[in-house]
Structure formats: C-alpha cells, structure tokens
Design a protein around this ligand. Structure first.
Ligand code: AHR
Length: 494
C-alpha cells in the first residue's frame, strides 16, 4: 500500500498555540489526593507533592494547568482551600464521592504550576458560587492593593500576587446532572455576564474562558453573539467515547470529532472581531484579539472496556491502541490550530491519565509517549498537508498526518499515525519549499510502536512502547518513508 503526503512549506503556516499542550487536574478520586499530592507519603517533598509523580509531570512539559475542575467546580468554594491546613474545612465531595480535606488548594496549586513551569488556569464555581465569590478569588490571587482579599493572601504568606491570567467561568453549564442549573441558556448568559463584570472589575487583564458546546451549536452561537465582547476563549470538551472495544471504533470516534470542531471553527469565523462602543459603558476593556477555542477537556473515555477502576471507574489502563488515538487527536488539533487557542488533556494522574501512581511508586502509561512527543518535537507553525491513502478497514484512513515548521523555519516536522494494524505503509512525501529546493537534507525518523496493540504499561513494566530512530539524507522534493503497522512516527527534516 502506497500513500502520498504533500506538504506546502512555501508559506509561513498557521501559528500553533503552545497552550494546545495543556493538562487538567481535578479533585476527582485519586487525581490530586493520592496522585500528585500526598502529605503522608515518604515519596513526597515538604509541600506534600509526590516527587516521583512531579518528575514525570515535568517531563510532559505542559505550558498550562487547569484546576480545580471539571464538574467539581460546581461545589467548590475556594476559601475552603486557603490558610493553615489544619483549620481548612473538610467537605464531602458531593460530585465524585469521598471527603475533600482541602489541603491542596489555591497556594498549593500555584506552587505546583511554578514547579512544572505551567501557567495556572482556574475555573470558578457558577453553579453554587456567586459572582462576588469569584471576584474575591481574583483579588486573592492577583490583588496588589491594600484590601481584604489581597491582604489575606499576604497573611497566608504570599506577598507577591499569583498573577493568574486564565480564568474559566463555569464548566459544562448546560449539563443537568449533579449541581447543574444553567440549562436555560438565557439564565446562563445573564449569570455569566454578572461574573464577567465582577471579575474584570477586579482585574481587567484576565483572559476569560466561557462555556460553549460542540454538540449544541445554538448554545455556542448565542454565547458568541451575546458574550463575544468579553469571551477570549470558547470552551468545548472533546472526549472520544468508543462504541465498543475495537480499534476501528476508537479511531472512528476520534476522526468524527473533526466535524464538531470544524463547525465551531466556522462559527468563530463568522463572529466579528471588532467590539464597538464597549468603553462607553464599561470600566474594563473589551476582548482584544480574536476569540479562540479552548478544548479545556479532551481525552479518551473507554467506558465500554469495562476495565476502569477507582472513582467512577475513571482509572483506565491505556493500551497502545489508545496511544495511537492520542496521536490522531493531536494531529487533528494541529490541523485546527487556526482556531484552537488552548487544549488541556483530561486529566494528568490516575484519573483518565498518562501517569499512574500508588503508595509505592508511579509509572507512565502508553499515552504518555505521544503527549510528550508532540511537546518535544512538533513545530510552532502548522503547514497545509494533503494525504492520499487507502482504507485500512471500512471508514478508516490508514495514514493520518500533520506537519509543521519550527519558529526559525530551519526544521520541518511531520507527525504520522499508521492506523493499519496489518501492513507497513510506504509513503512518498513531497515538500514544496523554495528554501530547500534541490538540496539534500537530513531526515531523522523517530518511530513509536507498541509491543502489542492492547499492551499496557504497569508499575513493574514500562516497556510497552518501543522507540527507534534512524537518520538519512533525502531529497525533500520527493522521498520515501516506511511506517510500521500500528505506529506513530515523527519525521524531522533539517
Ligand atoms: O474529566 C472528568 C469530567 O468529565 C469533568 O469533571 C467534566 O467536566 C467532564 O464531563
């Protein structure tokens, strides 16, 4: 089987937001307590951060960390998570079960972000919280005046503001279960507007993520029309939920995400960027740049595998097929980088996670490999890429590809998933590029394969994913590569 991939490198390409490679943590099961945080473990530092886990999270090089939920935000009151730990209130986690002792709260989250080099992204409670409570959190985090909440932060030992720039207002607000109370879109819009005003009056520089919906375009369109002047990012959640445990249904569930993503892209493109007369009425500026999509939760809920453990059975063991799914997802996001401003994988440790831990240690799951590979190797500008390929099974394109260039234009990077489980794929790649015309270039091919399609890593065996590298010289105008069955490959041309 022969595929052809044509890359147009004659143009600069579309900038890929670095925030596309974000992560999410939530007070859900063992994601935070018993995951990234455990005050009683010998493996933790004096902050209570599990050091073995921290090292692995650092390897993921995430630029953005979203917290504290998720659905959990609907019952979260930030003041429970500040001040001396011994006096913090214990609460039932009414959403996900168990008891939340709130020992990991705002300051611990900020400290964690600083340790991993990520921008903090906080989500406020608009279900059982108030606009005033949210605005007070903004003052606690970012305030510089001699006022109550900024002083409370100082009293807690933090003289300097935390400078949290990214704030989500609510989460999946149209959803009815649990504490949801915004099924009426009009109520949601009016409430959000009140949150926006209160929060922006505290700090007008905030970048706001408002709740959209990739399945309910009427909802998203109305948010853009009525809240567009203050909406920096429109949040959508994109989970793959395969219909059954077969590889084709996993890949189809991810390929099908192209449709809602394209529809939301089109909605954004149809929304005017200019905001007229805003400053006449409001004492904070309107949004400046274009509205972008925040895929602030994405991932794979393999609910039909029946193998999840822990709270809500969300502790999955991801196998090699899931890693190929993650690489496919990341190619999809890269191709949509014109409209995606941020994306945060849900989640980070134990729950729907690339990293698993128990009291004895931690390990990387198979999906860790593609998450890390894109962060390590993908370029900063997406290049138009055309692929012709065969169907490896009904409805599944064998080859899924995206390409990018580095910021200095010295490197072209191709990320390719061969979703054909039975055949190696031969691909002829053509790079249209004046800079490299008629020169031979160095090609580095980094290939990732799994020991078996359903192979998983475990605490005692982290070797399911096999990484190999080759180097050769090629003519970029047309060269041949071979991709192993069920593989993910990064090609770098220098
Ligand atoms: O990531 C787990 C949950 O999935 C989040 O809390 C919720 O927003 C989503 O439905």
């Amino acid at each position: 089987f022969k595929s052809e991939i044509t890359i147009d490198a004659t143009q600069k390409g579309q900038e890929i937001s670095p925030l596309q490679y974000g992560q999410f943590i939530e007070h859900l099961g063992r994601a935070i307590n018993g995951g990234i945080y455990d005050e009683h473990s010998k493996l933790s530092d004096s902050n209570g951060f599990r050091m073995d886990v921290l090292e692995k999270v650092k390897e993921l090089r995430t630029p953005l960390l979203r917290y504290p939920g998720g659905t959990f935000t609907k019952i979260y009151h930030w003041q429970d998570g500040i001040g001396p730990k011994a006096s913090r209130k214990k609460r039932k986690n009414l959403i996900w079960g168990g008891v939340e002792d709130n020992h990991f709260g705002t300051a611990e989250f900020i400290a964690y972000c600083r340790k991993i080099g990520a921008e903090p992204f906080l989500v406020v409670n608009m279900a059982t919280g108030t606009p005033e409570e949210a605005a007070n959190w903004v003052e606690y985090c970012n305030g510089t005046t001699d006022t109550y909440y900024a002083n409370l932060r100082r009293k807690d030992g933090f003289e300097e503001p935390f400078n949290v720039k990214y704030w989500g207002i609510g989460n999946e607000e149209g959803a009815e279960p649990d504490m949801g109370r915004h099924q009426d879109l009009d109520v949601y819009i009016k409430d959000t507007w009140q949150f926006v005003k209160m929060m922006k009056l505290q700090d007008s520089s905030l970048k706001l993520v408002l709740v959209g919906n990739s399945e309910d375009l009427h909802w998203s369109r109305t948010v853009l029309e009525r809240l567009g002047p203050v909406c920096d990012y429109l949040s959508i959640h994109l989970y793959s939920i395969p219909a059954d445990t077969s590889f084709s249904s996993l890949i189809q569930s991810i390929d099908h995400i192209e449709r809602p993503l394209t529809q939301v892209d089109s909605l954004l493109a149809a929304t005017p960027v200019k905001v007229e007369n805003f400053s006449r009425w409001y004492r904070f500026p309107a949004r400046s740049g274009p509205i972008k999509i925040a895929v602030d939760e994405w991932g794979i809920w393999d609910i039909n595998s029946g193998k999840g453990k822990g709270a809500y059975n969300l502790e999955y063991q991801y196998n090699w097929s899931h890693a190929l799914g993650v690489a496919t997802f990341l190619n999809l996001f890269q191709r949509h980088s014109r409209s995606i401003g941020m994306a945060t994988w849900a989640q980070t440790v134990n729950v729907l996670a690339p990293i698993m831990s128990d009291s004895a240690g931690s390990y990387r799951q198979t999906i860790f490999a593609p998450l890390k590979a894109f962060r390590d190797y993908a370029g900063q500008y997406n290049l138009p890429t055309q692929t012709t390929t065969h169907e490896s099974s009904p409805g599944i394109r064998a080859i899924d590809a995206a390409s990018s260039r580095s910021a200095d234009s010295n490197q072209i990077i191709l990320t390719i998933v061969n979703r054909d489980l039975d055949h190696a794929a031969e691909a002829i790649v053509h790079v249209k590029d004046q800079q490299r015309n008629q020169q031979r270039v160095t090609l580095k091919q980094i290939s990732y394969t799994g020991k078996s399609l359903y192979g998983v890593n475990s605490a005692t065996n982290e070797n399911t994913v096999i990484k190999t590298e080759i180097k050769k010289n090629v003519d970029p105008a047309s060269f041949r590569i071979v991709l192993s069955p069920a593989s993910f490959t990064v090609i770098m041309l220098n």
